[in-house]
Design a protein around this ligand. Sequence first.
Ligand SMILES: [Zn+2]
Length: 302
Amino acid sequence: MELRRKARPTLTPVEMDRGDVLRFELLDGTIRTVELLEADARILFTTLDAGVLPLKEVRGGRTFYEFSCRIRVDGAEHVLRREVPTQRTFDEPWVIAGMTIFFDGAADIFTFLREAHGECRPKKHARFAIQDATARICPPPLHAWCPLPKRGMDIFRAFLGEDCWMGPYFGASAHGGLDINHPAGTPIRAPLDFDDQYFFNTVAGGANNNRHRGHHRWPDGSEWQLQCHHMTRLTVAEHSPVAAGEQYADGAGVLSGYHDHSHFVFRVVESDGDAIMLDPWILFRQMYLDIAAGLVPDRRET
Ligand SMILES: [Zn+2]
């Protein structure tokens, strides 16, 4: 199948099957051709019984895996490989032929993991987010969503060290978000203006957690949805607009298990309604860059 996308002010999520060809137009009009040749995943190490797939959650169970793909970009082959859940889950994206490429997932992960801990399964064999390498992931700087770990994102801070994006919760269930351990009441701030925001689940309303969603609609027709779960309370009125950098909640604290933590989710909804989940690390990485560039207040932990 041939797919066509045009670089825009915000990054473009693209899901591809093996054999698909993407024509990606850079901001200067150059068209790059990206073919997906292979997309795979494999267990590197597990404490669970790997003879039974998909793996079955065991309290304290640990699994480490990698997912990889082989792509051909304007005739040149590249192998992209990611490792989960180690510090390498926070690796930099690839920059190839004028494109920044975030390799975000491979469907083969679900030959050994379950999708039982939040939505995260790619709808096709591989999922990417692509941007023209001369552009940011979005025009405005991103404010720190919460106080950021001082040295950079740390896998140790993702719940039990496994709940990064698609990390194997209890060794077996892909984690549909990124957890950051911090105390109950930690301020949660809007990374960018929220046009609308609300709880879509509350413990008070009978759900098993408090889950909140903020929306930002872009002039290019796409919409970003940023979710935070486990928050203790909202500090603004639901459905009121929230400005970038403004605190809107006290984080963590509600049903957050062994460690108080907040759970962050990133979803891009295209103008045709297609919703694509992406690694929240893509946002946090930009927050660190924007702090380093002095574009937003330095809200790293002291
Ligand atoms: Zn979580």
